[in-house]
Design a protein around this ligand. Structure first.
Ligand SMILES: *Cc1c(COP(=O)(O)O)cnc(C)c1O
Length: 479
């Protein structure tokens, strides 16, 4: 039976209409949702009707039901967690990815999306200043990119000491030592947990959350020289935006180990340096910020996200591994019915945990193609400039203190005491004019700002500073 486009057209047109109305209103509606998940779940908790409904009616019902529970993440005044908006070309490409319905695992079967993802991967490596031949996998996010990179690390450092992880598993094998900075992202621990590597040893961080190289040297000295070792560094601390000192840290790791045996820049056997750069790695694409990532290319693997700084739709993370063979050994699957790529380029399914997946690298290609390298530099530089402007404006609000050096896209603000900070944050969120999420950093409650949205402009910054000022002075006004 032929696919009848008339079966699709009304639903697709309805969806396009709803999407455009959403985008039209996203900058003017309150940033916060107006209904809770419980309220919406209550409305949706009906028995599944025996009779289906026409596609267009389903789409209309979906959009109408969801509307009050949508968070305006695409608003230029949304600064919660680390969440980007969506660029027009990336959003439209994401629609095409769904319409094409390609299962992106095999090069010979779905050549168009495989080639587009390879082109996107090449552009990403170039923009981020990473080694050209690195293996790249498009994952669901940075959490799975950390998992993917650390799986490659685990298998490689064990192989280097003669332990075949694939054949013999972890049980009874040599202990893999893992060092992480005190302020690494929690998903690094999560990835280590998935991988059976247990709780890592923690290296002290300085007042901006950067790994202290002297503490790293001490921690390295405690690891037996021949033992398998993984060290996790960070590009972009979620609170301060700070970057670990890569040049010094990578040198400290290499110097602490027996020389030789390992490819890459001065690598040592059974040693792996991984960098979680979910949002921060994009500083490398901007000339004014590139110095923050200096030395990062000396690592063995890198995690980043496209759905944060690059402003593609969810879900899109990127795992890059210096030696493609290490990535394939950890992630590859070889069965008779999956005819493998014979060109030597490697199949996409050898680079990620999933077998079947959407071609999530295609929106990355579209985002980069629409921006160009100058546009990426402007995007990243603009986010950092807006962060500095927000910090400058909020520093003038009575009682507010900016706690971090604003080197990138993150700002942490505290008011007179923890209770005040929490109250001001809650009032700001309830007001709906802007969204900044609460957190705790260095023993204090903070209002956290992450500028990750390409849509934020000077007017958004002005209005957001004004909203913080109003939330902070309301108590004074009302008693
Ligand atoms: C957001 C973030 C993660 C997790 O990324 P997801 O895409 O949400 O899985 C990991 N590390 C850092 C530094 C992050 O900012």
């Amino acid at each position: 039976m032929a696919v009848d486009v008339d079966d699709y057209r009304p639903a697709l047109q309805a969806a396009a209409g709803h999407a455009q109305r959403w985008l039209e209103g996203v900058g003017t509606r309150p940033v916060r949702p107006s209904a809770t998940a419980d309220e919406l779940a209550g409305r949706l908790a009906v028995p599944l009707p025996a009779e289906g409904a026409p596609p267009q009616q389903v789409v209309d019902e979906l959009a109408t039901t969801a509307e009050p529970g949508l968070l305006a993440i695409q608003s230029g005044r949304f600064f919660g967690w680390v969440m980007g908006g969506t660029l027009p070309a990336a959003l439209a490409a994401d629609w095409l990815v769904s319409a094409w319905d390609q299962n992106a695992g095999l090069r010979y079967a779905t050549p168009a999306v495989a080639a587009l993802e390879e082109a996107a991967a090449g552009w990403v490596l170039e923009l981020l200043g990473l080694p050209r031949g690195s293996g790249v996998g498009f994952t669901t996010g940075a959490t799975t990119a950390n998992f993917t990179c650390l799986a490659a690390a685990r298998s490689r450092v064990l192989r280097d000491v003669g332990w075949d992880l694939d054949a013999d598993g972890l049980t009874g094998g040599p202990r893999v030592h893992v060092l992480v900075g005190a302020e690494r992202h929690d998903t690094v621990d999560l990835a280590l947990r998935y991988l059976g590597l247990g709780r890592p040893a923690v290296v002290a961080a300085d007042d901006q959350g950067r790994v202290e190289v002297t503490a790293l040297r001490t921690a390295l000295a405690a690891v037996p020289r021949e033992a398998p070792l993984i060290v996790c560094l960070q590009a972009g601390n979620v609170h301060s935006g700070a970057f670990d000192p890569f040049t010094e840290a990578v040198a400290a790791v290499r110097e602490s180990r027996s020389p030789g045996g390992r490819a890459g820049e001065g690598g040592a056997a059974a040693t792996w340096v991984h960098v979680d750069g979910a949002f921060g790695l994009w500083a490398a694409a901007c000339p004014e910020l590139r110095h923050l990532t200096s030395g990062v290319a000396g690592a063995d693997s890198w995690t980043t996200d496209a759905h944060k700084t690059l402003n593609t739709p969810y879900d899109c993370g990127i795992a890059a591994v210096r030696e493609p063979a290490d990535l394939r050994r950890a992630m590859g699957v070889h069965t008779s019915y999956l005819v493998a790529d014979v060109t030597g380029a490697g199949d996409p399914l050898e680079h990620v945990p999933e077998l079947s997946r959407r071609a999530r690298g295609v929106p990355v290609w579209a985002a980069l193609r629409s921006l160009g390298s100058d546009g990426v530099a402007r995007l990243v530089g603009g986010l950092a400039a807006n962060a500095r402007a927000l910090a400058g404006g909020i520093a003038d609000v009575p009682g507010a203190t900016v706690l971090n050096d604003v080197v990138h896209t993150q700002v942490c603000v505290a008011f007179e005491d923890d209770e005040r900070t929490r109250a001001v944050t809650q009032r700001l969120l309830a007001g709906g004019e802007a969204w900044m999420s609460g957190s705790r950093w260095r023993g204090r409650d903070v209002m956290r700002i992450s500028v990750s949205n390409a849509a934020t402009d000077a007017e958004d910054v002005r209005r957001s500073v004004q909203a913080v000022r109003a939330a902070a002075t309301e108590r004074a006004l009302t008693g």
